[in-house]
Write a protein that binds this ligand. Structure first.
Ligand SMILES: NC(=O)c1ccc[n+]([C@@H]2O[C@H](COP(=O)([O-])OP(=O)(O)OC[C@H]3O[C@@H](n4cnc5c(N)ncnc54)[C@H](OP(=O)(O)O)[C@@H]3O)[C@@H](O)[C@H]2O)c1
Length: 244
């Protein structure tokens, strides 16, 4: 059988129980990678993993020690770690005057600190072999802002800059770091949008519709593959042209 583009590669996807993370795990398996996905609940992670031919582990990315030990464990079990997708994230809207400390804490600890913990642990695991590829999940909201989403936008701007800075730092170690910045993708995260808001977003999008999780997954799969071997520090919009 011909080798697939990711045959022999070991990949970890955080927040892989549904949405973009699950689609990414599936896409990586399709290209031959051995994939571990994570979610906060072990049973849910194992069930999601089984549905795409991956294995599933429990992990809350806000817990730096847990992230470090899980990443070390995966690298030890498989002898290496080639690909890490720091996808776990949350989104909650609040107008400026309504922002509560709790929302700030939860959003920053999940989206910013969680991504940072994952990138740090990935870099440590990849450094020994001097090769690897990391993708983090930014957002068009982080690049351009959005009314009612100041906290989320700030967190995603930080994520994009984690990718840029880590790419500068890790390039000499053979590790590439990129971000994807999806537009509005139909997942649980955006399920709460009103039909009017969805229609408005589709209307403003040159491609005339919202995105699908597989469309983000396919871009992530490209970025972590050797097809993207000279691409690092980029924030790739996957938004149907919404920002144009
Ligand atoms: N959907 C969009 O339109 C869109 C646009 C731009 C960016 N993004 C970003 O893309 C990523 C995935 O979004 P999605 O739409 O697929 O969201 P989703 O369907 O809500 O899935 C979120 C995933 O993150 C996991 N997660 C949440 N908090 C976690 C924590 N503290 N520790 C570990 N895992 C955690 C969830 O797992 P459990 O609940 O099982 O723990 C779930 O697997 C997020 O970073 C999001 O900000 C999404």
């Amino acid at each position: 059988m011909t080798d697939l583009p990711l045959s022999g590669r070991v990949a970890l996807v955080t927040g892989g129980t549904r949405g973009i993370g699950l689609a990414t795990a599936r896409a990586l398996v399709e290209w031959g990678a051995t994939v571990v996905l994570t979610g906060r609940d072990e049973a849910r992670a194992k069930e999601a993993a089984a549905s795409v031919g991956a294995s599933g582990l429990a992990l809350d990315v806000t817990d730096a020690k847990a992230v470090s030990s899980l990443v070390r464990g995966v690298a030890k079990e498989h002898g290496k770690l080639d690909v890490v997708v720091a996808n776990a994230g949350i989104m909650e809207d609040a107008l400026l005057g309504m922002i509560k400390e709790d929302l700030v804490d939860t959003t920053l600890s999940t989206n910013v600190a969680g991504t940072l913990h994952t990138v740090q642990a990935a870099a440590r695991a990849m450094m020994r072999k001097k090769t690897g590829s990391i993708v983090v999940l930014a957002s068009i909201v982080g690049e351009y802002g959005s009314a009612g989403q100041t906290v989320y936008a700030a967190s995603k701007a930080a994520v994009a800059n984690i990718a840029r800075s880590a790419a500068k730092e890790l390039g000499r170690s053979g590790i590439r770091v990129n971000a994807v910045a999806p537009g509005v993708i139909e997942t649980d995260l955006t399920a709460g949008l009103s039909e009017d808001a969805k229609a408005e977003n589709s209307g403003r999008t040159p491609l005339g519709r919202l995105g699908r999780p597989e469309e983000v997954a396919n871009a992530i799969r490209f970025l972590v593959s050797d097809e993207a071997s000279f691409i690092t520090g980029q924030v790739l919009g996957i938004d149907g042209g919404l920002v144009l």
